[in-house]
Design a protein around this ligand. Structure first.
Ligand code: HEC
Ligand code: HEC
Ligand code: HEC
Ligand code: HEC
Ligand code: HEC
Length: 166
């Protein structure tokens, strides 16, 4: 617990230095996921790269959620006795995808793509920060128009209505 108190402010300093533009979440609990997957364990503690699991990010609009096969690449041997990991293995044996609840709530009339942002050199943490919930989730992603616009103004990116509204 004490460690958390020491580490958190340091993390925020790093984010601030990188020009943070944190996507604020609503504070509402996200829907319960089928597996208790934690970003705090995988990304923060075990230092697995975001793009190792979210491979779509540099080349398409959506980052994508990793397949069961990707999970099993490690969990055939890692934490095999954990009840949650056993559930993952059961999905794998049934050849059934895990039905992760979608946590992105951008309305349909708004166009967002990761690709131009990654190409412009933005880090994941600039917008997503660190997992905000104790279970290691980033929470609901619900960007308001002001959030997009204020960074576009700062960075000299397009603020034409048609950039984001197709
Ligand atoms: C080991 C694989 C793995 C790694 C590494 C990983 N993720 Fe994820 N990510 C997932 C899975 C599985 C989900 C779906 C479950 C969930 O929402 O937590 C997800 C969901 C998300 C979401 C959706 C919204 C939400 O509230 O959770 C965001 C945003 C996200 N990841 C960002 C990141 C960032 C940023 C990093 C690096 C700091 C990262 N992820 C590293 C597997 C991973
Ligand atoms: C690159 C390797 C790697 C990948 C890929 C990976 N994990 Fe993990 N996972 C780990 C490690 C390491 C731990 C920590 C194990 C420990 O502390 O004993 C862990 C822990 C877990 C735990 C907690 C186990 C427990 O009860 O302590 C769950 C659940 C889990 N992973 C699910 C997933 C899911 C679902 C995916 C795919 C979306 C995934 N993992 C992908 C390496 C990975
Ligand atoms: C410019 C800000 C920004 C950056 C930089 C960014 N994201 Fe996102 N991300 C968003 C927004 C906004 C959403 C919600 C999009 C939606 O609702 O369709 C999102 C959604 C997601 C999601 C869930 C939906 C999906 O697309 O699969 C994941 C996972 C994710 N981001 C991972 C990442 C990772 C990994 C990186 C770094 C490689 C990253 N993001 C960089 C703004 C950003
Ligand atoms: C952290 C700063 C930042 C945030 C936050 C941000 N953007 Fe961007 N956006 C950029 C930059 C920088 C570019 C690249 C501009 C360029 O290449 O000329 C860009 C490019 C784009 C493009 C492509 C524009 C084109 O001309 O092809 C779209 C679409 C876009 N952003 C939509 C959004 C939406 C929607 C949001 C909010 C959900 C958002 N952005 C949030 C910085 C940001
Ligand atoms: C950089 C991206 C971006 C640009 C440029 C942009 N918008 Fe938006 N707009 C958004 C996002 C994101 C939302 C969704 C906000 C939400 O769900 O709260 C939105 C929502 C809206 C809405 C609906 C509000 C609602 O209640 O759902 C209207 C109307 C709108 N925008 C008009 C405009 C007009 C007019 C322009 C040009 C002057 C413009 N937008 C430029 C990102 C953008």
């Amino acid at each position: 617990m004490r460690l958390g108190l020491v580490v958190a402010p340091v993390f925020f300093l790093i984010v601030a230095a990188a020009g943070a533009f944190l996507l604020t979440t609503t504070g509402q609990a996200p829907p319960t996921q089928p597996i208790a997957f934690s970003h705090l364990v995988h990304a923060n503690e075990k230092q697995i790269a975001c793009t190792y699991c979210h491979q779509g990010v540099a080349k398409s609009a959506v980052a994508g959620i990793p397949s069961v096969e990707k999970c099993m690449g490690c969990h055939r041997t890692v934490a095999v006795d954990s009840p949650e990991v056993r559930k993952v293995a059961a999905y794998w044996e049934r050849k059934e995808p895990i039905a992760w609840a979608r946590l992105a709530y951008l309305p349909d009339h708004v166009y967002f793509s990761h690709q131009p942002h990654i190409q412009a050199g933005k880090e994941c943490q600039t917008c997503h920060g660190s997992p905000s919930l104790p279970n290691g989730s980033f929470g609901r992603l619900q960007p308001g128009m002001d959030w997009c616009l204020s960074c576009h103004r700062r960075d000299g990116a397009s603020i034409d209505c048609s950039t984001c509204h197709k």
